[in-house]
Write a protein of this length. Structure first.
Ligand SMILES: Nc1ncnc2c1ncn2[C@@H]1O[C@H](COP(=O)(O)OP(=O)(O)OP(=O)(O)O)[C@@H](O)[C@H]1O
Length: 752
């Protein structure tokens, strides 16, 4: 119970914090308006103005983002100091009003116990609504009051866990638990695997870790950005509010299908096809497909040039191809070597015809020793090669033997022809090769993306023209920057009177021309995340992979290329994978990239699912797969799951009863993939589709779509079909049964 005096005391402090937030907002808004109005005659002025405008606008957005629940805790220290903990740090003129939850000083709020109090005597959870304190929850951290409770801020936690769902994940910054805090604040170096059962907070922890890393290692990470990979767009939308509510924007959220810039991978395909595409053996298949495009003519290839026929034989081409392959393993980068070699061969044939010296070995001729078999010199030959290179028939012949390839073209051609697949994938069975076959067009699937990326590596890009253009652009920018510095050498600095940023000095004081040129390059002020999204070669500062158990070996190769530093957080649950060919252990996944140099953290408590549902799940799965051991639930709801069997109309009635008693919460009906269309017709009140809007009250999902999500009430249809419908049916059923936060119903449909 919160005493009135404590409430009043906290209210007064809270009002002071919000008062300061309002001041900061007003100051920032004013400066933003002022800066926007600044004419900035010289280019330097414009540049500085743009930088300042961007920074102020970003800060304003951050202040708005933390308006709700700004302050949520207090720590009283043994030394008499009192700290308030909140979403961001806020200072008064001389002392901190609010400490950022990520600061080291805030850590005891999440991990202090009576036994290890970290110098703290009292931890207070402060519940607020808008700007009013509504409830306090105190924990005395002294040994006399010690209980065996391991939960931190139990009342606040339980209230968060039983609140109705909204279709959007919320942050857990007010109630992070100690085992989660350890993961969130772990060092960023190396690969950290976070393994935990359903509802243990893996996704929540992954998102808070991103916010923590960006706060603590901002220098290193803001330039390169943090990538979070999730399983599908519905899931990304579900988690999309969490980081903005923590005032963090430097993170790129993406599915695997988004990671090949320029390619939209939304095509659906059967799991068996995706499984083949995900195999590590596809590396060899693609390499073979590339080599198959470096051809030698089986019969002499005739090329008509100026009404004369030139001939390319296998013997001519073989050494040229060998030299090109040795020059560069990447197809497009080796091509110039192949082209040059072929032009030599053809030029020699032309020279033979037009330049032969009829007298060179005439025994009666003079100066035989100085004569040569051909009267053409090196310059003539170079001209000849130039003419041949410009000739359309020669170009067509070169393209037939060694075409310029893009990843899209390579893959399209490979899938399109049975012969191409037979040759490139001899170790796959005919049935497997047939599964890969498809006609050109129709778009790309997520499983194609790692293959396109791999192909891009194998092909390389002959970017000499682009690089020359870039060099020209860079010198133009340098000249421009030098001009800026010359103009401003005499101009004086002006101050922005920003408390934490002092003044922006005269640009010439702090920058060389090349540095300024680089900055000007980023005039759009795109964040690292935005720039990364457009660049296939982008290397991230840290990569977080959620639902990592679903990724194929080919997908891992792609992600590792995006993160050569191997600063990664890998989050998942091997027991929840529905993917065919999924790994049995994390060691199996990671060994090719980091051997055994990775760390494991385990989350053991389920926050989502109440004890009644966990017990039911354990009983159902005990026979199907005894290896699955659900995590320990943190609470019970007093409501047992229900089971029913009946007709389609019985199911419709049951679902509408559940919707009726839902209140403001959310409901999902989870069905075997084969039943979705039929049930969508029978249950028109439910939202469904490839990427359904989870903010709707009731949705219809397949198990694959439900992965990572949660709802107040869940009705699972035809569990037996889910169990037997796929090789990993037990895992699928485990996922389905562990989605609810309150109520579970399990309905078996009788055949019509
Ligand atoms: N410390 C916490 N305080 C409040 N809520 C929490 C806490 N930890 C987890 N939760 C809540 O528990 C639910 C499950 O969390 P989350 O989705 O991150 O689990 P998960 O391990 O990723 O589950 P799954 O394996 O099923 O995807 C979410 O609603 C999350 O907000």
């Amino acid at each position: 119970m919160s005493s009135l005096s404590s409430l009043a005391e906290e209210q007064s402090h809270l009002s002071a914090i919000y008062g300061r937030l309002d001041e900061l907002r007003a100051e920032t808004r004013e400066r933003l308006a002022e800066t926007r109005l600044r004419a900035g005659g010289a280019v330097e002025g414009l540049f500085q103005r743009d930088v300042a405008v961007h920074r102020y606008a970003e800060r304003l957005a951050q202040y708005d983002a933390v308006e709700q629940g700004l302050c949520f805790g207090r720590l009283d220290r043994r030394d008499g100091e009192r700290l308030h903990i909140g979403r961001i740090g806020i200072h008064d003129t001389d002392h901190p009003l609010l400490v950022d939850w990520r600061a080291p000083a805030a850590r005891p709020f999440y991990v202090a116990t009576a036994i290890t109090p970290y110098g703290v005597t009292l931890r207070r959870h402060i519940r607020t609504r808008d700007r009013t304190v509504v409830e306090l929850d105190d924990e005395l951290l002294d040994l006399d009051a010690a209980t065996d409770h391991t939960l931190v801020g139990e009342a606040a936690l339980l209230s968060a866990l039983t609140a109705n769902r909204t279709g959007r994940m919320r942050d857990i910054v007010e109630t992070i638990q100690a085992e989660q805090d350890r993961v969130i604040r772990a060092e960023p170096g190396g690969v950290l695997v976070v393994q935990g059962g359903p509802g243990t907070g893996k996704t929540a922890v992954a998102l808070h870790r991103a916010a923590y890393l960006l706060y603590t290692y901002r220098e290193q990470l803001s330039a390169r950005g943090v990538l979070i990979v999730g399983p599908n767009t519905t899931f990304l939308r579900y988690i999309s509010q969490v980081l903005p509510s923590l005032a963090e924007t430097g993170v790129m959220l993406a599915t695997l299908g988004d990671l090949h810039p320029g390619t939209v991978a939304r095509r659906a395909e059967p799991p068996a096809v995706a499984e083949i595409k995900g195999r590590a053996a596809m590396v060899d298949v693609l390499a073979a497909a590339v080599r198959d495009r470096q051809r030698i003519p089986a019969e002499p290839l005739e090329i008509e040039v100026d009404r004369h026929v030139l001939r390319l034989t296998a013997e001519d081409c073989e050494p040229v191809r060998r030299r090109a392959r040795a020059a560069d393993p990447r197809h497009n980068l080796a091509r110039p070597v192949f082209v040059a070699g072929l032009l030599d061969v053809l030029a020699a044939q032309v020279a033979e015809r037009i330049g032969a010296d009829p007298f060179w070995d005439d025994p009666l001729g003079e100066n035989d020793a100085l004569s040569s078999p051909n009267v053409l010199d090196e310059t003539d030959l170079a001209d000849l090669r130039g003419d041949l290179a410009a000739n359309a028939s020669v170009q067509a012949a070169i393209d037939a033997l060694w075409p310029v390839l893009t990843p899209l073209r390579l893959l399209t051609d490979l899938y399109a022809a049975a012969a191409a697949l037979d040759s490139a994938a001899p170790l796959f069975s005919p049935a497997e090769r047939e599964l890969l076959r498809r006609a050109p067009g129709g778009g790309w699937s997520p499983a194609d993306v790692p293959l396109l990326d791999e192909a891009a590596e194998l092909l390389g890009e002959d970017d000499r023209a682009t690089r020359a253009a870039q060099a020209r652009e860079q010198s133009r920018r340098l000249a421009y920057a030098q001009g800026v510095l010359d103009i401003t050498a005499g101009s004086k600095s002006y101050e922005l009177e920003d408390d934490d940023e002092a003044a922006i000095p005269n640009i010439a004081d702090i920058m060389e021309a090349d540095m300024l040129a680089e900055r000007l390059d980023e005039r759009e002020f795109r964040s690292a995340a935005d720039r990364a999204a457009a660049d296939r070669d982008w290397v991230f500062g840290h990569v977080i992979v959620d639902e990592a158990q679903e990724l194929s070996p080919m997908a891992w190769r792609l992600l590792m290329r995006r993160c050569p530093s191997r600063s990664m957080t890998v989050v998942g649950d091997l027991a929840q994978t529905g993917a065919l060919g999924a790994p049995a252990t994390w060691a199996e996944v990671l060994a090719p990239y980091v051997a055994d140099r990775w760390r494991l953290a385990e989350l053991t408590v389920s926050y989502r699912t109440p004890a009644e549902i966990m017990d039911y799940t354990e009983r159902v799965l005990a026979t199907a797969d005894p290896a699955i051991v659900p995590p320990r639930p943190v609470r019970s709801s007093g409501v047992d799951p229900w089971e029913a069997t009946g007709s389609l109309s019985d199911l419709v009635a049951r679902v509408s009863d559940e919707i009726g008693s839902l209140g403001t919460g959310r409901l999902a009906v989870i069905v075997p993939a084969g039943l979705r269309t039929a049930l969508a017709a029978a249950l028109p009140a439910l939202t469904t589709g490839a990427s359904p809007d989870l903010e709707e009250r009731a949705v219809l999902l397949t198990v694959a779509q439900a992965k990572g999500l949660e709802f107040d009430t869940v009705v699972v249809v035809d569990p037996a079909e889910i169990l037997t419908g796929s090789p990993r049916g037990a895992n699928d059923l485990y996922v389905a049964l562990t989605r609810p936060t309150q109520r579970l119903g399990v309905f078996t449909l009788l055949a019509a």
